[in-house]
Design a protein around this ligand. Structure first.
Ligand code: GDP
Ligand code: IMO
Ligand code: MG
Length: 433
């Protein structure tokens, strides 16, 4: 039962899609287990670029079944567009995609409820991707949610639309009269139900059977540990458990069936948006240089990502809360030109030194990073395919990064294309755990 969980170690956009694609060649099943269209996972194969929001990044492999697990929230127009785009590019999506009947649906009113609001005085603004993620998970936990399986029962679906719109009426600027909108949504969902029916299944049974038959199953996380609703920089997080435990609750696979857990981290750090804590933020000029070289603009929103140094305090937190076997480090090539590189090994706050990632974002905001500084290598690393191929300064940087993070590094990625990687632990490719 070789099962592998891939999550993000930082604040998202670490290259999970790229690494999932790399490790999907021998996977029978690739499963997404949380999040929704807030994710933007980029895969580049032979110069072709794919940006996936809902469909697992294993979809580029023609013989891999891709599962949208019960822990996800699905925006249907985004899903249908993604299916059509991939079909147009010749991928057999109809054969390979399966959607959980327990996954929750992001309803049109969820998107409206996720529009930016002015914060109450004294509060900081919560920025979101405006994909309806928070309202969908709010309804799931409040037990008011609509599940994919509900869509296949027209009477139940009509009742849920009516009740929900009635309840939320006051808080949404409805695009039309309430009764009219109910009728429009009932019609729209009847059509969408016909389109989605062929993909819907009890995916918990499907995945568990595959595991029992000894098939290779890869679980692809979205977002990252710093955005986890419990372990991230709450409240500046997303609304799901992005950490490894989410792979169990988001699919119905028990923890005893997980064999390997790896987290993807960039060789530096990024975070989308302006207002949330980010202790290792780089000074302006340097930040801009790294942003341009790393093309750090959101795959979903196009927003510039803020850039900082690698934060080993956050990495150690990720190693702990995900129970990591190893780290996958991406984008080492982005640091190629820099004369010096730094890793944050602890935080200083007043006269205190913090080794552990704090729960309190106000405290985190006041933390100053304690850095270790290394000479840069100022040589191209993109062609390296073994550790020995890397310049000595890059090897030293990677060794210290692993030491400070408290986990070995199993893959180093040095470019965005499928094969631009150094495989330090080949068992990840063959699922020979
Ligand atoms: P995800 O959300 O974790 O899947 O990551 P994104 O796709 O949002 O962002 C990662 C970006 O970095 C994408 O544009 C990838 O093509 C790119 N990328 C991934 N690994 C590497 C790498 O090793 N080097 C470079 N230069 N780019 C990379
Ligand atoms: P992938 O899977 C980076 C960020 C948003 C926002 C916060 C909450 O591509 O790594 P939400 O819409 O989830 O309620 O937004 O989380 N965010 C991400 N940042 N990568 C992502 O996904 C993200 N998904 C959400 O920018 O700050
Ligand atoms: Mg992304």
């Amino acid at each position: 039962m070789p099962t592998l969980v891939i999550v993000g170690a930082q604040w998202g956009d670490e290259g999970k899609g790229r690494i999932t694609d790399l490790l999907s060649r021998n996977a029978h099943l690739v499963v997404r287990f949380q999040g929704g269209a807030n994710a933007g996972h980029t895969v580049v194969v032979e110069g072709e670029k794919y940006i996936l929001h809902l469909i697992p990044s294993g979809i580029i492999h023609a013989d891999t079944t891709c599962v949208i697990g019960n822990g996800m929230v699905l925006d249907l127009p985004t899903l249908f567009k993604e299916i059509e785009d991939l079909k147009e590019r010749g991928l057999p999506v109809e054969k390979n995609l399966v959607i959980s009947d327990r996954a929750h649906v992001t309803m049109p009113y969820h998107r409206l409820l996720d529009m930016p609001k002015e914060p109450r005085s004294g509060q900081r603004k919560l920025v979101t991707t405006q994909r309806g993620i928070r309202p969908t998970y709010v309804d799931k936990v409040a037990r008011l949610g609509v599940r994919v399986g509900d869509m296949l029962c027209p009477d139940l679906m009509a009742e849920k639309i009516r009740t929900n719109l009635h309840e939320k009426g006051g808080s949404i600027e409805s695009p039309q009269e309430a009764d009219e909108w109910v009728d429009v949504l009932i019609c729209e969902f009847a059509e969408w139900a016909d389109r989605i029916r062929r993909y819907v299944a009890n995916t918990t049974v499907l995945i568990n059977r595959a595991i029992d038959e000894g098939k290779n199953v890869l679980f692809e996380g979205a977002q990252g540990t710093g955005l986890d609703v419990d372990f991230g920089t709450y409240p500046f997080v997303t609304s799901s458990n992005t950490t490894a435990g989410g792979a169990c609750t988001g699919t119905g696979v028990g923890p005893s069936k997980i064999d390997r857990v790896v987290a993807v981290a960039k060789a530096y750090a990024t975070r989308v948006g302006d207002e949330r804590p980010f202790p290792t933020l780089m000074p302006d000029g340097l930040e801009q240089q790294v942003r341009e070289k790393g093309n750090e603009y959101g795959a979903t929103t196009g927003r510039p990502r803020r850039c900082g140094w690698y934060d080993a305090v956050l990495a150690r937190h990720a190693v702990m809360v995900n129970g990591l076997h190893s780290l996958v480090v991406t984008k080492l090539d982005v640091l190629d030109d820099l004369p010096t590189v730094k890793v944050c090994r602890a935080y200083r706050c007043g006269d205190q030194t913090l080794e552990d990632f704090p729960a309190d974002v106000e405290l985190l905001d006041k933390c100053e990073p304690v850095y270790e500084e290394f000479p840069g290598w100022q040589t191209t690393t993109s062609n390296a395919r073994s550790f020995e191929d890397l310049p000595e300064a890059a090897r030293r940087y990677m060794n210290r990064l692993a030491e400070l993070s408290g986990a070995p590094v199993s893959i180093i990625s040095v470019g965005q294309s499928r094969n631009d990687a150094i495989m330090l632990d080949p068992s990840l490719e063959t699922y020979a755990f």
